[in-house]
Design a protein around this ligand. Sequence first.
Ligand SMILES: [Fe+2]
Ligand SMILES: [Fe+2]
Length: 135
Amino acid sequence: MADLIIWTDKYSVGCNYIDQQHKKLIDIINELHSAFMGRESKDKLGEILSELVDYTKYHFSAEEEMLKKHGFGPSDLHKKQHQEFVEKIEIFKKRHELGDEILGFDMLNFLKDWLLNHILKTDMSYSKPVCSKVD
Ligand SMILES: [Fe+2]
Ligand SMILES: [Fe+2]
């Protein structure tokens, strides 16, 4: 089955380890998509959702730390976007645990659009000032 999201260079912010983390987030969303399409069990889908929540939190704090370290924010807007996304996926996870049928194309497309937009519009703003100075 085709992946929901395909990484291309235009998503590269230029900090290698951040790119690796963004790729990992894409992998998890693709995994959720293929598990959904393959009608995997509720538990299996729940496991992937948990992984998405955990890894997203890990990535956001790593990214915010890096920006702090380089004296480039993170801006309130950037932090707010991170926070709201975490709240949103935590609610998805809880509703899934409660048995709501929340997993579907709307949710998968929301995840895809949010992540790619965030990388292109918000994360990309630190590409030049920060990533040109690190690895
Ligand atoms: Fe970000
Ligand atoms: Fe990011």
